[in-house]
Design a binder for this molecule. Structure first.
Ligand code: NAD
Length: 260
């Protein structure tokens, strides 16, 4: 009667067709790209997700990347394990007073903005739909986000039709030495163009939680192994708090849907 999935299980037409009693599908997480929801809905099966449960966790990861990349913490930590004492290599930057560009200011983008404002950053944002907020955020064009930002963080879905939002054309408009963070979806940044931008020094540091292939393949190794890349295995929502909220929301939604 009810089906609960996370991100790995794909609920395609063939799976839906072999479940004649199905009334509700709930995906624990953001986005419905892993579910043929239009097909399910055409068969009167409700499709739901848990859009807010992990926003704070993903936002904290993005903020963590900002601090880590501005101070090269991942490199400094590795240097200590290699038994060196190399203070000179780790003269970093403060993030306070810097301009943070948000591409996408939905649920997660707003949580990032709140925290970044608290850290003393100037926050600017581009979003084709959201144009106002109570937060101290200046809404600008995409071009201005690219031109003005010291740090850029993406919080948008992947549009499979249009492909990557950040390609060579966008990197060319960014400040030299920009920091780029992608905790959104693999593919919103063109990985080959990002590697070139890292090699040229256009991008001084990249924090990446999501990849075109997960786990990454041999082809993506050069990007992952670049010294100015810090990467994590899609752990944006992997906190105890987010998992608790996801679990509660799923249980509530399944029960409500099946009681009707
Ligand atoms: P959301 O729908 O609340 O917000 C997305 C915002 O992006 C919307 O306001 C939309 O108008 C805007 N947008 C769409 N295309 C855009 C573009 N080209 N340029 C600028 N803005 C654009 O979604 P959310 O909850 O904030 O999630 C954002 C992303 O984070 C999603 O892709 C989601 O899958 C991802 N996510 C990642 C993790 C993780 O583990 N790393 C966890 C949860 C969510």
């Amino acid at each position: 009667d009810g089906m609960v999935v996370r991100s790995r299980t794909k609920v395609r037409k063939n799976l839906i067709d072999v479940c004649p009693n199905l009334k509700v599908i709930v995906r624990g997480g953001v986005g419905l790209d892993t579910i043929d929801y239009e097909y399910a809905e055409s068969k009167n099966i409700k499709v739901m997700n848990t859009p807010l449960a992990s926003s704070a966790s993903v936002a904290e990861l993005a903020i963590g990347y900002m601090l880590m990349l501005a101070r090269s913490l991942y490199k400094a930590s590795a240097s200590m394990k290699a038994e060196t004492w190399d203070k000179k290599s780790f003269e970093g930057d403060e993030i306070g007073g810097k301009t943070l560009g948000l591409i996408g200011i939905g649920n997660i983008g707003k949580e990032v903005a709140k925290r970044a404002i608290g850290l003393g950053m100037n926050v600017i944002a581009y979003d084709p739909i959201v144009k106002t907020t109570d937060l101290k955020v200046k809404f600008v064009s995409m071009e201005e986000v690219l031109k003005q930002s010291d740090i850029i963080t993406l919080h948008i879905p992947l549009d499979k039709k249009t492909g990557a939002t950040i390609t060579k054309k966008e990197f060319d408009q960014m400040k030299n030495g920009v920091i780029l963070i992608n905790c959104a979806r693999g593919g919103v940044v063109d990985e080959k163009d990002l590697l070139e931008a890292l090699k040229s020094g256009k991008v001084a540091g990249a924090g990446i939680d999501v990849f075109v292939n997960e786990p990454p393949t041999e082809e993506q190794r050069e990007l992952l192994n670049h010294p100015n890349v810090s990467a994590t295995p899609h752990i944006g929502a992997s906190t105890n708090e987010a998992q608790d909220r996801v679990g509660e929301e799923i249980a509530t939604k399944v029960v409500q849907a099946l009681k009707k």
